[in-house]
Each structure stands twice: as structure tokens, then as C-alpha cells.
Design a binder for this molecule. Structure first.
Ligand code: ZN
Length: 429
């Protein structure tokens, strides 16, 4: 493998250094150079990003995304690992399917694709899936989720929590009471009342989170809450953490930036699950990300083909793209706001998501001897968002917006997957 040196990078603590990479690992951080020299002045070098919540859609929905196109989109967004959600067809509820997804990720070679296993067979919420078999498989699944659906039965949730505790696994809950959200279309509030769209009350999320942190406490197990979207959810997580409950939580980039006001145009590009909430919720989520109540940013990258979005609001699919824009929104919320710093950025985008999932070789601070998973970004760049990038889908909620920062290079296991903001051709390594 080629050796190279990234010359003059800025590290998360603000210091400058050269980073030498040899045979896939960081071989030096300091003043020396070796091999090819690549000028990286003005670029911030960070551990490769890790997404805990990605919909890659394969197997079954390849018209929306494939493991390869989703991996390419992830690399362009600065990621070196993604966790693939289980709501594929067939559902990733057996060792066979999770191993297939992992193999497709290895074949594409752009990022480490770590499959998430379903909690219940077929995501049907009736019977626990073979969690142990998925954990013991080549995919080594540690994170289980019925995402897209809520594990609504408290007995099943209790059993799942008790079971995964045996091998250090974690249940990631999509908190949505199904009865309180039947036919729901958008956040329940002043805007939904005005528009005449069926509301999606905050309590449908909050009541499930409250129940599940208590179940996790009773089981002495870990729980992770997907895509927090309300100020009330933040309060519950804050309370649970103060009580010592082993709970972690994620927020999506879109819930940090966009509000339910966007529904006024009836453009289904803004239809998402959980729904965009109010400005008050956005501010609470931002504060919680900064103070650590919310642990990480996860994209919930949810590609959909045009025919699922080019229709009236009520008929459209829920979801939006996220992989290629997440770092920009993280920069906007944490850095450009003046409210936080690059060290926190590293935590929410890389080290903490990796720690929650237990994924090996990812989310490690840049240090000599570690696997060279490195993302370099130009924080001074501005870019106008056009289209869906490498994704097979185009449901881009930031279309036409100017976002800060640009991923310039992504280095995965010592090789460039993105160089000068362009994809590098890959394949099985
Ligand atoms: Zn979800």
C-alpha cells in the first residue's frame, strides 16, 4: 500500500502537524514527512465519521439505493463507517441477511458497512428475531433495531433488553406510539391545524422514551433512542441520565435545522419520520447536543425514488437524504454558532457513535499505530447544495441552500475513497 504524508493539517485541538500514513495505519503525527506529500494547509483532520443510522435499502429496494451507492454517498460525506438499518426486503433478521449486507459493503470498499439486526421477526413486533445468531455471525451484530417501526410491545422490549445484555448489545428504539400516530402526516401543532394535515403529537415519541428508559433500568441493560425530535424527549433523556440509566440518544441533522413551517408549501421533500418539529424543539435539541444530553448526530439517511416523493403530501414516503450534508450541519450548529468546538464535533460524528455500537477499528482518535480512517474538511468553504450527490435518490431537503464546509479527502483504512472532493474508484481491497 502506498505511503503518504498529509502536510500541515489542523487537528481538532487547533494544533498543526503532518500525518504520515504507512500500510493503512497512522505511522507519524509531527513534523516529519515520508512518501507522497499532500498539502493539507487549512484543512481540519478528524477521525473518519461513523453513522449509526443509515438506510442503504439493499437487499430489496435497489431502486432507492444500493450498498454501493450509499457507501459512495457516505464517503463523500466524510464517513468511514455506516450502520445499515434492518428494514430491507428481506428484513435483516437472520444471520444470512446481515452477512449478505456486510459482504456487499466489503465488496464496494468505500466504508465499513456494519449491519444492524432487526429486533423482531420481519419487523412485525410479534416475536424476537434470532439476535444471538446475528451477534455470532460474521457480521457480529451488536445493534438491533426495528427502525421505521417502534418496538411497541413492552414485554418484547423487556426481553430484547435482557437478551442483548448478555453480549454487550444495544437496542436502538424508533420511539413512536403507533396508536397515537395512526395516519399522522406532520407535527401536531399550529401549522398542522392550519394546513389540515393529521397531527403527530410529541407525546407519541415521549411516552415511548419514558417507558423504555424505565425498562432499560429494570433490565440493567443499554438502550439507544433514535432521532430525538422534541424538547420533551430531551427532558426525559436528561432525567434518565441523571438517574444513572444506561441510555444514549441521537439527533438527525434535519431536526437540528428544519422546522414544521416548511410543510406550508406541501412539498413532500419535507415529510419525514419523526416529523420536523417547532423552532422551540430545534433549539432544545441543539442545546442538548452541545451539553451532552444528546450523544451523537446520526443521519437517518432515507433515500426514496422520485415516484415516492413527486406526489401529494399524504401519499408521499417519509424520509430524506443526509449523508453528504451532515458534517456541514454539524459544523453550523457546533462551530460556526460559536457554541462548541471541534473536539465535540469529533465526539458526535465519530468517537461516540462507534463506542455505542462497539464497531471495531472506527471512531478512534487520530494517533500513531491506529488504522488510518481520516476525514479532512475545509471549514472555510461554502457550497450550494444541488441534487442527491452519489445517492441513487434525489430527495434532497437542502436543495438550493448554501451550507458551510466541504469534505476534501476521506481516507478509509489508509486509502483515499474521496480525494479533492471526488470519489476514487474502489473495489474489494
Ligand atoms: Zn426511525
Amino acid at each position: 500500500m502506498t505511503n503518504f504524508t498529509l502536510v500541515g493539517v489542523t487537528l481538532a485541538d487547533g494544533s498543526n502537524a503532518n500525518i504520515e500514513v504507512t500500510d493503512g495505519r497512522i505511522s507519524g503525527i509531527g513534523k516529519k514527512t515520508s512518501g507522497e506529500t499532500i498539502s493539507a494547509k487549512g484543512l481540519i483532520a478528524l477521525p473518519g465519521f461513523v453513522d449509526l443510522h443509515t438506510h442503504l435499502r439493499e437487499p430489496g429496494y435497489e431502486q432507492s439505493e444500493t450498498v454501493k451507492t450509499g457507501s459512495q454517498s457516505a464517503a463523500l460525506g466524510g464517513y468511514t463507517a455506516v450502520h445499515a438499518m434492518a428494514n430491507t426486503h428481506p428484513v435483516a433478521d437472520t444471520a444470512g441477511v446481515v452477512e449478505q449486507v456486510k459482504a456487499l459493503g466489503d465488496e464496494a470498499g468505500y466504508v465499513q458497512v456494519q449491519p444492524i439486526g432487526a429486533v423482531t421477526v420481519g419487523l412485525e413486533g410479534k416475536q424476537l428475531a434470532e439476535l444471538g445468531a446475528m451477534a455470532d455471525s460474521k457480521a457480529q451484530v451488536k445493534v438491533f433495531s426495528d427502525d421505521g417501526k417502534c418496538v411497541h410491545d413492552p414485554l418484547l422490549m423487556r426481553r430484547a433488553l435482557a437478551y442483548v445484555k448478555n453480549f454487550g448489545g444495544v437496542i436502538a428504539q424508533h420511539a413512536q406510539d403507533p396508536r397515537l400516530t395512526e395516519n399522522s402526516q406532520m407535527h401536531e401543532g399550529a401549522v398542522s391545524a392550519e394546513l389540515g394535515l393529521a397531527g403527530w403529537p410529541a407525546v407519541a415519541e415521549e411516552s415511548i422514551i419514558a417507558r423504555d428508559v424505565l425498562l432499560a433500568e429494570a433490565a440493567g441493560s443499554r438502550i439507544h433512542i433514535c432521532h430525538l425530535s422534541t424538547a420533551g424527549s430531551v427532558e426525559i433523556i436528561r432525567w434518565a441520565k441523571a438517574r444513572g440509566i444506561q441510555v444514549t440518544a441521537e439527533v438527525t441533522p434535519h431536526h437540528l435545522l428544519l422546522t414544521d413551517e416548511l410543510a406550508r408549501g406541501y412539498d413532500p421533500i419535507f415529510k419525514v419520520n419523526p416529523p420536523l418539529r417547532t423552532q422551540n424543539d430545534v433549539l432544545a435539541l441543539r442545546a442538548a447536543l452541545i451539553d451532552g444530553t444528546i450523544d451523537i448526530i446520526a443521519t437517518d439517511h432515507a433515500p426514496h425514488p422520485d415516484e415516492s416523493k413527486d406526489c401529494e403530501w399524504g401519499a408521499a414516503a417519509f424520509g430524506m437524504l443526509g449523508l453528504e450534508t451532515a458534517a456541514s450541519i454539524a459544523q453550523s450548529v457546533l462551530i460556526d454558532s460559536g457554541d462548541s468546538n471541534w473536539q465535540r464535533f469529533v465526539e458526535v460524528m465519530s468517537t461516540k457513535p462507534a463506542a455505542i455500537s462497539g464497531i471495531v477499528g472506527q471512531g478512534l482518535e487520530l494517533a500513531v499505530g491506529e488504522v488510518a480512517n481520516i476525514t479532512l474538511i475545509d471549514p472555510s468553504a461554502k457550497r450550494e447544495i444541488r441534487g442527491g450527490g452519489a445517492s441513487k435518490s434525489g430527495n434532497q431537503p437542502y436543495e438550493g441552500m448554501t451550507l458551510p464546509g466541504r469534505v476534501v479527502h476521506t481516507i478509509y483504512r489508509g486509502a483515499f475513497t474521496v480525494r479533492d472532493s471526488k470519489l476514487v474508484e474502489r473495489g474489494q481491497q
